[in-house]
Design a protein around this ligand. Structure first.
Ligand SMILES: Cc1cc2nc3c(=O)[nH]c(=O)nc-3n(C[C@H](O)[C@H](O)[C@H](O)COP(=O)(O)OP(=O)(O)OC[C@H]3O[C@@H](n4cnc5c(N)ncnc54)[C@H](O)[C@@H]3O)c2cc1C
Length: 325
């Protein structure tokens, strides 16, 4: 019996969220006296080293170009195949990228209990895993327990530190079986270049600069991008901004978008509706820039700047650039 951790394909590189998932699996294995097998799909040798360091005892390395991030059913079959191979009883996914999509398929096939989006290490109670997650749009936390024979947990990005274990696991080349009767088709898809390009992936980012409808239109996004560039941050946006096609949908954070937990979240011209807060209120520090003193976001901010974004943001960017010289 082992803890299996899913490492998703990411253009050969390894995502920070995948290393967090390995670190989580490592801690869990320690608690239940088990060991960790990482299922690494199309990961470079450098990525495999990082997985070892984060706490894998064994790595099943799958190399198959048809297994792109868009081939969810096939990725789920790879995980099912690895569960059988390893006799795994707990499977950990990062709750971003393909992890959140693949995990439910695996749960259905394995008749496993699944807890999506935990924010902390589990508590062990006999055969039960007790897991903490945010509820009510992040206004509260709740404990959920799962006691099925196979258990699946997905981990919210930026919830735990990456471990540094300096292990030297066996790397075994793994050729999974695919169940054609399940409608699994192996084919290459072209990943949307618009999504693939750009700087830091939002889910991995420690610093995020985000813009809302207060920016008036897409032509004004230069000030958001300049600030993000000066800080080395990723960019995000509120939902109406993505709905209006001012920004791509993969930047939309909130209840119906991505949930993120960066160290710093700077919200520019965003009112702070509860549906927006649901995706960002796990951020360690929140800075709000808004010209309305009644904007609800100020109540959730660690630092608030009351002023016109078009005047404040360029000044902030200049000040940061000077500090960085
Ligand atoms: C079921 C459901 C799900 C939803 N899911 C999401 C979600 O996932 N994510 C999300 O973001 N929203 C979501 N929403 C929408 C949400 O309720 C809000 O409507 C939305 O977040 C508002 O976006 P905003 O703050 O950019 O725009 P607005 O509410 O229009 O706020 C703009 C802000 O900019 C400020 N401003 C204006 N001009 C300036 C200036 N010059 N300088 C500085 N500040 C300025 C204003 O004072 C205002 O506070 C959802 C809604 C529903 C009903």
């Amino acid at each position: 019996m082992s803890v299996l951790v899913y490492i998703e394909p990411h253009k050969g590189n390894i995502k920070k969220t995948s290393l967090e998932a390995v670190s989580y699996a490592n801690k869990l294995a320690e608690l239940i006296s088990s060991n960790v097998t990482a299922l690494a799909i199309n990961i470079s040798d450098e990525g495999l080293k990082a997985i070892a360091n984060a706490g894998a005892d064994k790595i099943l390395s799958v190399n198959n170009e048809s297994l792109s991030a868009t081939n969810i059913k096939a990725l789920a079959e790879v995980v099912n195949s690895a569960i059988k191979e390893e006799n795994a009883t707990t499977i950990i996914f990062a709750a971003d990228g393909t992890g959140s999509s693949v995990a439910p398929y695996v749960a259905a096939k394995q008749k496993a209990g699944i807890i999506a989006g935990t924010i902390d290490f589990p508590i062990i109670d006999g055969n039960k895993l007790i897991v903490q997650k945010n509820v009510f749009s992040g206004k509260a936390t709740a404990l959920y327990s799962v006691d099925t024979a196979i258990k699946i947990i997905t981990l919210t990005p930026n919830s735990i530190q990456i471990s540094n274990t300096k292990r030297s696991p066996n790397v075994i080349s793994f050729a999974p079986t695919f169940d054609a009767a399940n409608g699994v088709v192996l084919k290459s898809f072209k990943i949307d270049e618009d999504i693939a390009k750009g700087g830091i992936p939002l889910a991995d980012a420690e610093l995020v600069v985000s813009g809302g409808r207060g920016l008036k239109g897409p032509e004004n996004w230069g000030i958001v991008e300049d600030l993000a560039h000066a800080l080395g941050a990723a960019t995000a946006c509120s939902r109406p901004v993505a709905d209006a096609d001012w920004r791509p949908h993969h930047e939309h954070v909130g209840q119906t978008g991505l949930a993120i937990r960066p160290n710093l979240y700077i919200a520019i011209g965003i009112s702070g509706a509860i549906q927006h807060l649901a995706g960002v209120n796990g951020s360690k520090t929140i800075v709000v820039i808004n010209n309305d003193p009644e904007a609800p976001f100020f109540k959730n901010a660690d630092y608030g700047i009351l002023g016109d974004a078009f005047k404040v943001v360029p000044k902030l960017t200049e000040a940061i650039k000077k500090l960085r010289i």
